[in-house]
Design a protein around this ligand. Structure first.
Ligand code: ARG
Length: 466
């Protein structure tokens, strides 16, 4: 079992780690994707060490050249990752050691604890921007559908029962609101990430004369005016995993939104609704039933949302009950974060592509929205305009609905005599309420589905999503 003592901390040890321990504790199989951030962090750190007089300019240049060479190897797939070196940090440091003796000075005034915290903050800034772009693409795809189907009306549902008529665009714009909040949340996570933890060391900083602001500036941890932003407590900086949790939460909530959109579309694509046809490219057939066309992309969006929630739960549980500060448990913080990033991005791409391929069945939408029951509330409002208290109006219209159902006559076709027998405030013009266009036109307030508001919302979204 005895192995050569581990290279980076070997001084204190007589025996190396067991093979099983190496397999158990390695993280390079997943944290290798931090390499671009790790190298950027190391280059900035080396620049700071030279600036502070802790290494020479020649040593800094040798480190920079070495790291650039290593990055080229990684990028071209030639770099050999070694699980015995545990993680991305030690793999790169070892490779640098083979290239320049100055490598031995790179870890001056730095620990893997503040190093990995820095790498992750750089990752989050990148990930939030990249995901934000993908969410924006979903919004644009949905806005394009709304634009194509501008005049289409459908029922809005509550309790999955037909409730009131809306423009399809109004329904789609509800998704745009959800996604806009998702993008805002990601921007919030990126803003939180924008503080440099380097200089926190393992837990209590360093005795060496470093310049934290210099390195923060090098790495772009700056405010809107270019002033460096650094973390304010070394213990918090190495032990904190809030960003991981907030990022996973933002992904989980976006996943829930995708899942709700998917569920609407699955319903709309069913024979029972028949509002839409899904694109073949994002559906599958059945191996048994030849007639089937299944909404698999949408079902998977629902399914992936469970996975995104699981990642959030993993991270919350991971951080709970850990004593300050860094504990090795925290190495497990990366797989769920990376998975959420990858899966939320994929979900966004699939939703955008599925939305772009939707075909609407205008006849089915028109037939569904022509249901006069959808305007029962408008009929109560009609009575209110005639001075009837709303509760009384609601009751009267309820009675009309009962009469219509009982006599199997459409609500809007009831004979006037029967209508005014239910309430004397009904006039001969009562059935004018069932004019859909007029009903929509009455909905003029902000946030309502009337045509004037819709026009405003189109303009607003076109501007916001440009
Ligand atoms: N791979 C480690 C992680 O991600 C790096 C930090 C190791 N720190 C330590 N004190 N062993 O957690």
């Amino acid at each position: 079992m005895a192995k050569k003592a581990q290279v980076t901390w070997g001084g204190r040890f007589t025996e190396g780690p067991a093979e099983l321990m190496l397999r158990f504790s390695e993280s390079v199989s997943f944290d290798h994707r931090l390499a671009p951030f790790d190298i950027a962090g190391s280059k900035a750190h080396a620049a700071m060490l030279a600036h502070a007089g802790l290494i020479s300019a020649a040593e800094r240049d040798a480190i920079h050249a070495g790291l650039d060479g290593i990055w080229r190897e990684i990028e071209s797939g030639k770099f050999v990752w070694d699980a015995r070196l545990e993680d991305v940090h030690m793999n790169i440091e070892q490779a640098l050691t083979r290239r320049t003796p100055a490598a031995a000075k790179l870890h001056t005034a730095r620990s893997r604890n503040d190093q990995v915290a820095t790498d992750m903050r750089l990752f989050f800034k990148h990930a939030c921007a990249a995901l934000g772009e993908k969410f924006l693409a979903v919004q644009r795809a949905l806005l394009a559908v709304a634009g194509r189907e501008r005049d289409v009306l459908i029922p809005a549902y509550t309790h999955l029962q037909r409730a009131q008529p809306v423009y399809l665009a109004h329904h789609l714009f509800a998704y745009l609101e959800m996604l806009q909040r998702d993008r805002d949340r990601l921007a919030g996570v990126a803003a939180q990430a924008n503080f440099c933890p380097l200089g926190s060391g393992a837990v209590a900083g360093t005795t060496l004369p470093i310049d934290r602001e210099f390195v923060a500036k090098q790495l772009g941890f700056v405010d809107a005016r270019g002033r460096p932003q650094v973390t304010q407590n070394s213990m918090d900086a190495v032990g904190d995993r809030d960003l991981h949790i907030e990022f996973a939460a933002a992904c989980a909530l976006a996943g829930v939104h995708f899942s709700r959109v998917a569920e609407d579309l699955i319903l709309w694509a069913s024979a029972e609704f028949g509002f839409i046809r899904l694109p073949d490219a994002f559906s599958t057939g059945s191996s048994l039933m030849p007639q089937k066309k299944n909404p698999d992309s949408l079902e998977l969006l629902r399914g992936k949302s469970a996975r995104l929630q699981g990642n959030l739960q993993t991270l919350l549980t991971l951080a709970k009950g850990l004593p300050l500060t860094y504990n090795r448990d925290l190495q497990e913080d990366k797989p769920p974060v990376f998975d959420s990033f990858d899966q939320a991005g994929l979900c966004a791409e699939v939703l955008a592509a599925t939305a772009a391929g939707l075909a609407f069945n205008h006849e089915r939408c028109a037939a569904a929205v022509a249901d006069p029951m959808l305007l029962a509330t408008d009929l109560a409002d009609y009575l209110v305009r005639k001075g009837v208290p709303f509760r009384e109006a609601h009751h009267a219209v309820g009675a009309l609905v009962r009469v219509a159902e009982h006599s199997a006559v459409r609500l809007d076709r009831l004979p006037f005599e029967e209508v005014c027998a239910v309430h004397p405030a009904f006039d001969r013009d009562w059935a004018g309420v069932f004019d859909l266009q007029r009903a929509l036109a009455r909905r003029t307030g902000t946030g309502m589905p009337g045509p004037a508001q819709l026009k405003r919302q189109f303009a607003r979204w076109e501007k916001l999503l440009k």
